[in-house]
Structure formats: C-alpha cells, structure tokens
Design a protein around this ligand. Structure first.
Ligand SMILES: NC(=O)c1ccc[n+]([C@@H]2O[C@H](COP(=O)([O-])OP(=O)(O)OC[C@H]3O[C@@H](n4cnc5c(N)ncnc54)[C@H](O)[C@@H]3O)[C@@H](O)[C@H]2O)c1
Ligand SMILES: [Fe+2]
Length: 372
C-alpha cells in the first residue's frame, strides 16, 4: 500500500507573514535560536502579532538540538500554556519545537491526562531541511542522532518568506542547499518513490541546479533566494512521502560524532553514495538528463551527475572527504563500529535502493574518509 499527503497549508511569497494577522492568537510561544534574535529576524514575526498577544520566547536552541534543550523548552512551554506555538529558524529550532510538542503529548498520554491542542506554525530561515512540511524531528542524544517520525509533529501552517534568507552567510547557504539536493535525490531514487513524489523531487532538483550557486554568490538577489526556498520545501514534501536513504543515515552519525553541520555532512557523503547505489543507476541517469548536465568526457549519465555535484561542492568550498575536514584516521577508525551500528538502526536506511552488509559499509566509510 502507498500513500501521499500534504498537511500543512503553505503560505509563500514576500507578504506571506501577513497570514499571521488572520489568526486570533492569545498566547504565543516562540521557539528559535540566538542568531535569529540577534539578527532581529524574530522582529518580523513580533511585528505582525497584535499588541495584546502575550508572547514568550525560548531562544536557547543550538544547532543539532539536544534532548536536554527540548526538555527545557517543553517545560517552559507547558508552564506558559500557549494556544499558538511558532518555530522560527533553521531545521534546529523547528525540529526542537516539534520535539517539545511530541514529548508533551507522549507524557500526557503516559499519565492519562488530556493534552492541550496548540496551533503550530513553522517559519524556516534556512533553505533547508524542509522541516516545515515534514513529520520528522532529528534530535541529538549524546553521540547519537535520532530521527523521530510522527504525523503529530507536522505543523498546521508553514510560512515561506524569502526575506529571512537575506542574512544567511555563504557557508550556510552552501550546506543547507546541498541538504535540499540530497533530500530530493534520495527521494527520487528511494525504494518508496512514487508517481506523486517523483515530479516534486525532480522540480526541486532543477530549482537547486539553476539557482543554488547563484544564491551562494548573490545572497541579496531575491529571485535566487525564493527559488531555493521553494525547492527546499518541495524536497521536504517529496521525502516526507517517500523516504530518504543511507546518505542521510551516514550524515546523521558522522555529523553527530565529528560535529559537522547536517548539510555539510550530507554534501561530503553524496558523491560516494550515488556511486555505490548501483540499483538506482537508471534514475541517476534520468536526473542527469533532466538537469541537462553536459560532460566533456565520455561519462555515463550517472558519472556526469557525480562530476557535476563535485564541481558544485568545489565552487562552494565544501570539502571532498572527511580527511579534508581534519578528522584524524585513528579517531575515525575507532568510531567505525559505532557508525555501522547507528547507520543500520537509522530510520532512513530502509528506503535506500541498495542494501549494504557490514563489510561493504566499512569500505564505503573509508572511501568517504579518504576521498577519491
Ligand atoms: N525535520 C526534518 O525533516 C529534517 C531534515 C533534515 C535535517 N534536519 C535537521 O535540521 C538541523 C539542521 O538545520 P539547518 O541546516 O536548517 O541549520 P540550523 O537550524 O542548525 O542553523 C544553522 C545556523 O544557521 C543560523 N541561521 C539560521 N537561519 C539564519 C539566517 N536566516 N541568517 C543567518 N543565520 C541563520 C542558525 O542560527 C545556526 O547558527 C539538523 O539537526 C538536522 O539533522 C531535519
Ligand atoms: Fe537533511
């Protein structure tokens, strides 16, 4: 049995924040991080809230949010008891907010108490995780990164507004943009791909291909910002209805152990996984064809796609291997058993077109470490 659905209503475009004025908000709990406050991005939301709305801001979320931060935020949220919760930020604040709502409900169920309904609005400021339209929340617990999946965590409303992306530094545009490409590509080759998800994933890849490098070079140009933001949300819709793959499983644990940003970890891993996913060769060739990737050498469609992605990474100064990031070989080798065990447990692994045994996974990890 297969299914496809889109839950959150998506408001997009330059005036999209005005939709907040249409809501009768009494108490609003805002989940965000320090940069969003310091850069005054949060003011754009505060400015559209009516003056009588009671507001509490939780801005302690850190990149790759931890279970401890989520617990702290959840306690503040429960004691404030808002009717609206707004998450504003990259994937980290949105996922942290999802975690707060999820655990509040779980605890209430556990002790047999009703839990209050809170209207959940997600406003992404990176492009991005697509978390504003997904039922996933990625939480760090010690060395591990756990991807929770539950439809209860889907926002009620997603607001896309390109004005938030104007302050993004180039390295975050690069990392988060490559995360979008990984989402769309893993959805397109996934075992759970479908006639509904494929065109959305493909259009997302086209938008990234045509706009990401331009956005990286010209963060002030609204056209590129808007296209990359839309691509991010579309990739979220696609993978939420298919699945991701082992690129994400590897990025989750590598990112958690070696403290790499989520998008950067994905970008480093991507060319190697495309190469190893032999069961999806025809889909990768189709992507190369649809993206009109030209290659001067005698390369197959999939080889040309890999070359193209390597060139994108080079332009955006993303390292080619984990060795390039400065990780010591001995340290990396010591973590291999943990990495293998976490990759096998990760929720994204089952959607991958190829299944790899432990020996193969070790070889893949060493390839990603040394580069080629
Ligand atoms: N829920 C999902 O479906 C999903 C999918 C992929 C990844 N994730 C998770 O999302 C997290 C990563 O999210 P992310 O890549 O969006 O990064 P992030 O939220 O961690 O933000 C990265 C940095 O960018 C800053 N930032 C955010 N917006 C900015 C702006 N407009 N201007 C200037 N600086 C800004 C933040 O303050 C932070 O320092 C990871 O934990 C990852 O595992 C979730
Ligand atoms: Fe991702």
């Amino acid at each position: 049995m297969s299914s496809f659905y889109i839950k959150p209503k998506i408001e997009f475009g330059e005036n999209s924040l005005n939709v907040i004025r249409e809501h009768n908000i009494k108490k609003c709990f805002i989940v965000t991080d320090k940069s969003i406050v310091d850069l005054k991005l949060i003011n754009k939301v505060l400015n559209v809230l009516a003056s009588e709305v009671k507001v509490e801001i939780f801005s302690k979320v850190t990149p790759n949010p931890t279970i401890e931060i989520i617990e702290e935020g959840m306690k503040e949220m429960i004691s404030f008891d808002p009717d609206y919760v707004i998450a504003i930020g990259g994937g980290s604040p949105i996922d942290a907010c999802k975690g707060m709502l999820y655990f509040e409900k779980k605890i209430a169920e556990e002790i047999g108490e009703p839990h209050p309904k809170r209207y959940f609005i997600a406003i992404p400021t990176t492009s991005g995780t697509g978390s504003e339209v997904t039922s996933y929340s990625v939480i760090s617990a010690g060395k591990r990164k756990i991807a929770l999946a539950n439809d209860e965590m889907l926002p009620n409303l997603a607001i896309l507004n390109p004005s938030f992306m104007e302050t993004l530094p180039p390295h975050i545009i690069a990392d988060t943009g490559m995360d979008v490409l990984t989402h769309a590509m893993e959805s397109f080759v996934s075992k759970e791909r479908s006639v509904f998800t494929n065109p959305i994933a493909l259009e997302s890849m086209k938008l990234i291909n045509e706009n990401l490098l331009e956005h990286y070079k010209n963060p002030k140009e609204i056209k590129y910002r808007e296209n990359v933001q839309n691509a991010s949300c579309m990739a979220g819709i696609a993978f939420n209805n298919s699945s991701l793959g082992i690129n994400h499983s590897i990025a989750h644990i590598v990112g958690a152990i070696f403290k790499l940003s989520h998008g950067r970890a994905n970008a480093i891993v991507m060319p190697y996984i495309i190469d190893e996913n032999t069961n999806a060769d025809k889909y990768y060739s189709l992507i190369a064809q649809e993206l009109k990737i030209k290659s001067s050498l005698q390369l197959s469609g999939k080889e040309a796609l890999i070359e193209h992605i390597k060139n994108m990474k080079k332009t955006m100064q993303i390292p080619t291997s984990l060795k390039d990031v400065g990780i010591k070989l001995e340290v990396f080798k010591n973590e291999i058993p943990t990495m293998i065990s976490e990759i096998k447990k990760d929720i994204c692994t089952s959607g991958n077109p190829n299944k790899f045994d432990d020996e193969k996974l070790i070889r893949i990890l060493l390839r990603i470490y040394f580069g080629d």
